[in-house]
Each structure stands twice: as C-alpha cells, then as structure tokens.
Design a protein around this ligand. Sequence first.
Ligand code: FAD
Length: 416
Amino acid sequence: MKNGVVIVGGGHAGVQAAASLREDGYDGPVILISDENELPYHKPPLSKAFIKDADAKPQPLRGEAFYTGNAIDYRPGVRIERIDAGGRSLEISGGVLAFDHLILATGSRPRLLPLPGSDLSGVLSLRSLADARRIRDLSARSEDVVILGGGFIGLEIAATLRAAGRTVTVVEAVDRLLGRAVAPVVASHVRQRLEAAGVRILTGTSISRLEGENGHVVAAMTSSGEKLPARMVIVGIGAVANVELAQDAGLAIANGIRVDHQMRSSVPEILAIGDVASYRHWFTGGDVRLESVQNATDQARLAARAITGHADAYSAVPWFWSDIGDMKLQMVGLTAGGDSHVVLGDLPDNKFSIYHYAGDRLLGIESVNRPGDHMLGRKMLGAGFSPTPETVAMGPEGLKAALAAFQQDEPARAAG
Ligand code: FAD
C-alpha cells in the first residue's frame, strides 16, 4: 500500500501539482493540505478588480468537482507545523501522516514593517483572500490611503483604489519604482501614468512612524517630516519565503528551499515548488527564487513528472504579468545583466516593448499593452532565438518571419 504524495500548501503550485500527478497517471493517494479555509483560488485578481468591487467573488483555481473527481483529498484549515524528513512523515492534528513523497508548496508571505505604529489597526498587507476582504471593507470607508512600497502589488493596489476614488499616496524608499524588476524607461512610464491618474508618488522617501488615534492609524510621517493623512496603510515591501517547516526539518535553505533541476530538495523524497523554492536558473545560470504564477505552475508540473519517474529538467521560459491601471505589463525572460536594449512601439501611445540584450543574446522583453510581442517573445526565447536589433526594428511580421526561418534551419544546426 502506497502512502502517497502529501502536498503542503493549496496555492497555485500545490493545486497544479495535484492535478499534474493525476494527469501523469499517478494512482496513489494524493493529499493536499492548506491552512486557508477556502477552496484554492487565483491570487492575481486580489490586487486588481477584487478590492474595488464589493460584489467580486473569489475565482477558484479548480471547481469542487476537480478534487472529488480526481480523488484528491483536499484538507482545508490545517496548518502543518513539523516534518520528520528521515521518517517520511509529518505531524497533523496530533497524529502522524506518512508519505512516499512530500511536496512543499508553502509560498511566501509579506515582509513585515518594523516601524513604530505598524501594529495599529488599518495597517494591512495583501497575500490572501482574507487580506483582500479586509482591504476591500476598509477601503470602502477610507478616503486617504498610503501604500508603502512601489513594487508590482503596491502599484496595482494604488491604481485600483485611485480608480475607486480614494486619495492614494505611494511611498517608495529608493529613487525609482518597481525596483530592478523592469527597465528604468518602463518604471518611469508607469510613474508618469499613475501620476496622471492622480496617484501621488514619493520616491527616495521612507516612513519613520505611523500615528494612530484610538488604536487606528490616522497618519504616516515621512522621513522628510511630512504628515500624510491615512485611514489605511498598505505595506507592500516584498515577500519572504515560508521556509520554516523545511528549515526545522534540516533541509538546505538559500533564500528559499534549495532545489535541483527536478525540484528535489536536499532530501530527494521532499520536493519544493513555487514561491518557496530557490534554484539555479537554466536561463541565466544564476540563483533565483521567482514569485509568479508561471513559475509555480510549471514547477508543479515538473515535480509531478519527477515523482512519476520522468527525468526532465526545468527548462520553462520565465514570464510574468501585472495590470497597473491602464497598463498591461508582460515580462518574458530574465533581463538582469543586460547591456543594451531596443524599443519597439510608442511610449506616448502607452503601447511599447523593450528588447533587452547581453551582447547579441536576447535576454528578455518587457511589454506594455503589446501582448503580441510578449507571446512572440515567449516563442523566440523558448526556441533559443535571438533576433538582431535590426530584425526587432522590422516589427512583429519581420520577427515572425525570422523566427520561422530559424526554426526551419533547426535540423541543419542540430546536425552540425
Ligand atoms: P501561494 O499561492 O502563496 O500558496 C501557498 C499556500 O500554502 C498558501 O495558501 C499558504 O497559506 C499555505 N501554507 C503555507 N504554510 C503552510 C503550512 N505550514 N501548512 C499548511 N498550509 C500552508 N503573479 C503573477 O504571475 N502575476 C500577477 O499578476 C500576480 N499578482 C499577484 C497579486 C497578489 C495580491 C499576490 C499575493 C500575488 C500575485 N502574484 C502574481 C504572485 C503569485 O500569486 C504567486 O507567485 C503564486 O501564488 C505562488 O504560488 P505558490 O503556490 O507558490 O504560493
């Protein structure tokens, strides 16, 4: 009798792993454990439409029939506190659950803000559906909102709440938005459009303390001494991986749970996937821990393949999207280390793509409202094709033709 696969974490990665195990023919028990009391749901809408629309419903990742129909034993509202890696078991509700394989898909959580006043009510962060409900309820009653952190989630929330009529100020400690996630030209475009929409943005500014009345936040004091009125403060200063379970069990940790190209941790029967996993990326050769739906679902598929006896290595092209007001940002590839770029399209039209190069190798593409470029970019990077800047300048038709020619030559290249 098989003990089966236990998956800890019912987010994007955990649910996909359960689905992929069945798709790959795994016929042993599959137990999916989540500390949330919900049917697993899509996270990206939470910082977008969900928080401004009182009637918006959570979007389940899979309907209830998926779990029953595929014999996936979904256990909500259960938090796992201890794993016995050597004994291949974990503690659950006072008992012990044995596994043949364990998949850790515990995700990440918002980084905390060590500031005077951060324990006041009205100071929130956004990770879960429960957080999103709190933000939606409070923002409906709050005129002034201060958002700490100019990353993707902070800016998505800023655009959404501004569109809902709130007075929104974003405070970012460094001198630009979106950290190093996108090129400066994209970051300043985003800033310009958010400001045009009425969002106030303070970069190079930090918050020294939060002030409250009767236990509720009323203001945020900036490092330059300005008092920003705030009935709600949302902290979006990044996320940390939920590694504690793995760490206590003695697994190797390096920013996240360290995994190999098959998602196996330092204990081979224990795999880690999604936001919690850190690994050497085939695309750049560098160590990464990525926080994206694509990374979570592709790694889940790979973990299921590893458990069902396949030897594939992780080779997905990384991609990510973010919707900030009227900007659909789509990123493909990893652009760190780039030394030049080419722009296609028009910034004033709010439709352009930036092609990033290291030498003559295409590293990645950042697109704003040009989904066709993004999709083509995924094909090009997947095929290992780097168009010259001159080909990029020819636009989508020239790129498609050049990619087709490259793919046609593939057999000749492979032959030598
Ligand atoms: P999660 O989805 O976080 O799931 C982990 C689950 O494990 C959680 O339910 C957690 O409660 C549970 N858990 C943790 N520890 C335990 C334990 N000990 N016992 C039991 N359960 C446990 N990505 C994009 O690509 N595009 C976007 O536009 C985008 N927008 C986002 C907006 C928001 C508001 C957020 C929060 C994220 C967004 N992301 C986006 C990122 C994306 O959602 C994550 O990368 C993805 O959810 C990671 O999946 P995961 O399964 O690794 O982790």
